[in-house]
Design a protein around this ligand. Structure first.
Ligand code: PMV
Length: 330
């Protein structure tokens, strides 16, 4: 192998319609529940990985600045797996840029680890099909497994004995012109990471077992609604998935509450839109932002209503987008 090998890749964040929250207790970063998401066009991560014999340690630049130690440690963990598979000890310089505000607490780990997994494998000339990229990304961030695929992707729950576990495509991006409007409610990063929040929920919430038991039923309804392009069926089940996930977290001791007054106001806006016949259902990840599912025809009305909602700073309009991909050329 030469002293320096470089590859670049892009990936997009995804929004879970059927939420993942909680891990199996068997190691290997296996999810306790099945999840299903849509990968979003309109926001993207671009990552370059350079393996270089001159480097004594891995380095990570995020949006042009040195990354915090925790982010570097997670990236190095992924790089270690790639190095072991390729049989090399070369250290890497990683540079990753988001074209959306990383500090706003919007989902960025999914696109970050999907792009890193693909670029790192490509740089060491390992196979880069979506399934192996998904499995590698999942070991660092479960939600990142789904960003390996474009459009709609699902990840089953882990079972004992699993080590390899990759997401699977459900439908391509052009299957359904679903619109997802992100209502940004703060510019601050969240204070409880999803990793910590879900572990604490599993350890202390009396509602966590109920969440794990109920999630597969909602997942099946969400999968069927996506395949049928049925917004109402999807909206009802996706809203329930988000609310039940948050209910389990709110019932932890002490409570894990990701919502702010603006979160509640944006959810109320979606309900008010529905009451007057506009298709709008909300979903919320491990932060205060609200993502509203709607159609191309209703998008303008949803955007206007969210922008007029107290505490909503701005909106981002997104739709189904592509999976992780190599960027060729210099
Ligand atoms: O994989 P993580 O640590 O980014 O956790 C993701 C958790 C949620 O965003 C709340 C749900 C999901 O399935 O993406």
């Amino acid at each position: 192998m030469s002293d320096v090998t470089i590859a670049r890749a892009t990936a997009h964040p995804n929004i879970a319609l059927a939420k993942y929250w909680g891990k199996r207790p068997f190691g290997h970063n296996l999810p306790a529940v099945p999840s299903l998401s849509v990968t979003l066009a309109g926001m993207r991560t671009r990552t370059e990985v350079r393996f270089d014999a001159a480097l004594a340690a891995d380095t990570l630049m995020l949006n042009g600045a040195p990354a915090p130690a925790g982010a570097l440690a997670r990236a190095s963990g992924l790089l270690d797996r790639v190095r072991a598979e390729a049989g090399t000890a070369l250290r890497a310089a990683v540079a990753s840029d988001n074209d959306f505000p990383t500090s706003a607490g919007l989902a960025s780990s999914a696109s970050a680890f999907a792009a890193l997994a693909m670029a790192a494998r490509a740089a060491l000339a390992l196979p880069c099909d979506a399934s192996v990229v998904s499995d590698l990304a999942r070991r660092t961030s479960v939600s990142a497994a789904r960003s390996a695929y474009g459009g709609f992707a699902a990840l089953r729950a882990g079972v004992e004995g699993d080590e390899r576990l990759a997401a699977e495509p459900v439908a391509p991006a052009d299957h359904w012109d679903l619109r997802v409007i992100v209502a940004v409610t703060t510019e601050a990063a969240k204070d409880v990471s999803s990793t910590k929040g879900m572990q604490h929920t599993a350890d202390t919430s009396p509602y966590y077992p109920a969440w794990v038991e109920d999630a597969p039923r909602l997942f099946a309804a969400i999968r069927a609604a996506v395949l049928a392009c049925d917004l109402e069926a999807l909206g009802v089940a996706a809203e329930a998935s988000a609310l039940r996930m948050h209910a389990s977290a709110i019932a932890a001791a002490p409570a894990v509450v990701y919502w702010s007054p603006a979160t509640m106001a944006a959810m109320a806006t979606a309900r008010a839109l529905r009451a007057r016949g506009v298709g709008a259902w909300s979903t919320i990840d491990a932060g205060p932002h609200v993502k509203v599912l709607t159609t191309a025809g209703d998008e303008d009305e949803v955007v206007q209503a969210l922008q007029a909602t107290p505490g909503v700073l701005r909106t981002l309009s997104t739709r189904p987008g592509p999976g992780a991909a190599r960027v060729e050329g210099p």
